[in-house]
Write a protein that binds this ligand. Structure first.
Ligand code: UN1
Length: 509
């Protein structure tokens, strides 16, 4: 049995009730893997995991289901996603409870994550009637030239702990309306959230009468994920995680000419100019740097501040950091929850030590707190570190709430510093000077996939494409025309002339 009687805590039993409400059945539980909560370090459940054979069977089933699903008209495919969105709305609180217990998010962010799923479902349902292809004028008389977008195949989704269900849902909602089938390998840290999200999708699929294997969840480890990466039946691998992971899987997928969407590390910065509204900037910075305890891909990690306002801004920031309530997200008043695990805490301490060795000064934060109350959880004070230059440690993404502050004299220098890191996910400028704002979002401005004006780096809406350049991996997910990555483009030339004129004026028989 997953938990003995004495192990069933209040948190574990409330998570279990939410899992049941979402439709997770007894068959999910077992003794292969333990799920823990970063809120307290307590064990939440024991789970059954998939063997290599189970992963292969899931891929085979999804590949088989694709043969039927691809011919279902796209607007009808949209019905499954529509129903999923309704079920997510109905069970928003249940799923948020699980996400909170397992990923450590505060209530509003856990609910926001589920809202992001509902939003992408709405978006995808609309998109299911808009898989537009162009027609182009043919150079030949009596010919029509056009493009058609067709389903691609099986999409393998590899997702991270920090957005355990939203990023998966961006991929799944679009893949399903595109006519693809999906096999999902979630982070080993957040299997419970995955089970709940997948159980709701299973209900939507069953109620809509769609083939049941259009989605498969594989509760498996890294070796299981490797099978998805290497299997030629998986047409597209969409992976979110570290640069290290991306470096490992991208060549493996390329070797078999599969496609990838990679959403890897971010090292997101804001430039604060002399004209910036500092109170607005302050709020934008604190949410982006401290929200989700600095564990978003989009978390703000660097501040590049004009030298004329740096003292004023850092003073405001240090004061604001001093008022943050750190503690269990189960209490509404807390804004900063725990780091995901001990490894994260150690990485944070190492980065702070490196920063100091490289000339940095810690202005506030960095200490572990609440150790008596939660000896097995890792709550930390978010840190601000003043750096004299953008040293080696600032070039790394440390998945924890550390904000490095640097200064600049002119905007060109600020943009050069901004773009000098290997990652390219999200960025922001705070300014009231329109020319500066335009410069920042221009071709020679921020080199990131996301470049914002007067808002922070995190908390993107689903309507725009999400992703970034350089070591972030180049993939785009979610809104705009990201759906195209989940489809294959066919060019059709239709000849209704009764003649056979050749293009480019070529003469043959
Ligand atoms: C992530 O951290 O991988 O823009 C995704 C944001 C969220 C998504 C983050 N909408 O912060």
């Amino acid at each position: 049995m997953p938990l003995t009687q004495t192990e069933i805590t209040e948190l574990a039993s409330s998570v279990r009730a939410s899992l049941t409400a979402c439709g997770v059945t007894e068959s999910a539980y077992g003794t292969d893997h333990d799920a823990f909560s970063p809120l307290t370090g307590e064990r939440l459940a024991g789970l059954r995991t998939a063997t290599n054979e189970d992963v292969d069977a899931a891929i085979a089933a999804a590949a088989e289901a694709f043969k039927t699903w691809r011919d279902v008209p796209a607007p009808l495919r949209g019905n499954v996603v529509k129903r999923w969105g309704e079920l997510l709305t109905e069970h928003k609180q249940d799923l948020a409870n699980i996400v909170q217990a397992e990923a450590g998010k505060i209530t509003s962010e856990a609910l926001g994550e589920v809202q992001e799923m509902i939003d992408i479902c709405d978006f995808a349902v609309g998109q299911s009637r808009m898989l537009y292809g162009k027609t182009m004028p043919s150079e030949r008389p009596g010919h029509r030239l056009m493009e058609t977008w067709h389903p691609l195949g099986v999409v393998g989704i590899i997702s991270a702990f920090n957005f355990p269900v939203a990023v998966y849902s961006w991929n799944t909602a679009l893949a399903l309306i595109a006519g693809d089938t999906v096999v999902w390998k979630p982070s080993g840290i957040t299997f419970l959230s995955a089970l709940a999200a997948d159980a709701l999708l299973a209900r939507a699929v069953a109620e809509s009468g769609a083939p049941k294997d259009i989605h498969r969840l594989v509760v498996t480890d890294r070796a299981g994920g490797q099978r998805l990466v290497k299997d030629p039946r998986v047409a597209l691998v969409s992976a979110t995680g570290s640069v290290r992971m991306g470096r490992e899987i991208a060549p493996q997928v390329a070797e078999r000419f599969g496609r990838v969407i990679l959403e890897l590390g971010g090292n997101n910065a804001a430039v604060i100019t002399p004209s910036a509204d500092l109170d607005l900037a302050l709020r934008g910075i604190v949410f982006a740097a401290v929200g989700t305890a600095g564990q978003r891909c989009t978390s703000m990690r660097r501040l590049i501040v004009h030298e004329s306002v740096v003292d004023q801004l850092t003073e405001k920031l240090v004061t604001a950091y001093g008022t943050l309530s750190i503690g269990t997200p189960l209490k509404e008043e807390n804004l900063v929850g725990p780091l995901i695990n001990e490894g994260s805490y150690e990485a944070m301490q190492q980065a702070l030590a490196d920063a100091q060795a490289q000339g940095g000064t810690v202005l506030t934060g960095g200490n572990r707190v609440l150790t008596d109350e939660f000896p097995e959880a890792y709550y930390v004070e978010p840190a601000i570190v003043r750096m004299s230059e953008q040293s080696a440690v600032v070039h790394n993404e440390t998945f924890a709430p550390i904000l490095y502050v640097m200064t600049y004299t002119d905007l060109d220098e600020a943009i050069a510093t901004h773009n000098a890191v290997p990652q390219g996910l999200s960025s922001a400028i705070f300014t009231q000077d329109q020319a500066e704002a335009e410069r920042f979002i221009s071709a020679s401005g921020s080199d990131c996939g996301i470049a914002n004006v007067n808002i922070g780096t995190s908390g993107a809406e689903i309507g725009g494409a999400f992703g970034g350049e350089k070591e972030t991996g180049g993939g785009r997910e979610s809104g705009s025309d990201s759906w195209k990555a989940y489809m294959r483009q066919a060019t059709n030339t239709v000849n209704y002339s009764g003649q056979l004129p050749l293009a480019q004026g070529v003469k043959f028989i």
